[in-house]
Write a protein that binds this ligand. Structure first.
Ligand code: GLP
Length: 260
């Protein structure tokens, strides 16, 4: 696992955008995995600036979302499909019809989840998965105790996650849905590369666990320790509990120019 520590939260987006840009230059029809939440918002804005500057185009890419709330109306502003439309599609030249997410309004949820897995597979799999991490160490909505081999399915949100996400629902936890559809840990692990962004002191324990803790379903992000190409990009606040903090700085400073 590669750990990149930058001084401030604002410093993360350019590093992650460089990784996306290098991939898309090499593979214009790349399949991107896109996360919602606050963590990737700066990255999406940076990608938008690069598209506007003519140095990058996502027009040939496809994108698959990580997760979706169950039962939010199609026009609800916090429906993740709408969030991605606003934060990523509207800012870049990614084509809306080429972005897919799990269908949180499906009548037959198991069938919708299976169809979603099939769609990812039919697209050739995800080349680059962008991730955030929950304060309880979840990736996508794989809450503590999720199977590390799981695939897209329905999950019940942890109380802490609903509290964390209440800020998007006017601060009212009761408005946060109780269920979601989420790619499984196994689905995420099948991506060819993953890049996880985290900033702030409130993520420090999750980052410590995901990088240095024992692999455990209690912190589902720890499964990424098994991923052959995982990059974790954090600010100093989120890195504040890392035991090998200085080593990660040295590794990045001494990184050979040829090494992707
Ligand atoms: C949310 C999302 C995740 C996200 C995480 C962290 O609930 N389902 O995909 O990575 O929790 O969110 P944030 O980036 O807002 O801290």
């Amino acid at each position: 696992m590669e750990v990149i520590i930058k001084p401030e939260a604002n410093d993360l987006a350019p590093v992650a955008a460089d990784i996306v840009e290098r991939l898309v230059l090499r593979k214009p029809a790349a399949v991107l995995g896109v996360a919602t939440g606050s963590s990737p918002v700066g990255l999406y804005a940076e990608l938008g600036r690069r598209v506007a500057a003519g140095r990058l185009s996502l027009a040939g890419c496809r994108a698959f979302m990580l997760d979706e709330y169950v039962g939010l109306a199609a026009d609800h502003p916090q429906r993740y499909r709408n969030v991605i439309e606003q934060e990523l599609v509207a800012r870049t030249d990614l084509v809306s019809e080429r972005v897919l997410g799990p269908d949180g309004l499906a009548d037959d949820i198991p069938a919708a989840c299976a169809a979603y897995e099939q769609a990812i597979s039919d697209a050739g799999g995800v080349d680059l998965q962008i991730l955030g991490v929950g304060s309880d160490g979840h990736i996508a909505f794989n809450e503590p105790s999720s199977s590390l081999g799981s695939r897209t399915r329905i999950k019940t949100l942890a109380r802490q996650t609903r509290i964390d996400n209440a800020r998007f629902f006017g601060g009212d936890v009761a408005q946060v849905p109780t269920h979601c559809l989420t790619q499984g840990v196994g689905t995420i692990m099948a991506a060819r590369r993953v890049v996880l962004l985290a900033d702030g002191e409130h993520k420090a324990e999750a980052v410590h666990q995901l990088v240095e803790g024992p692999v455990s379903a209690m912190w589902t992000a720890t499964a990424l320790q098994w991923h052959p190409q995982a990059t974790v990009i954090v600010d100093e606040a989120a890195a504040s509990r890392l035991a090998l903090h200085d080593y990660y700085l040295d590794v990045y400073a001494e990184k050979p120019g040829w090494q992707e």
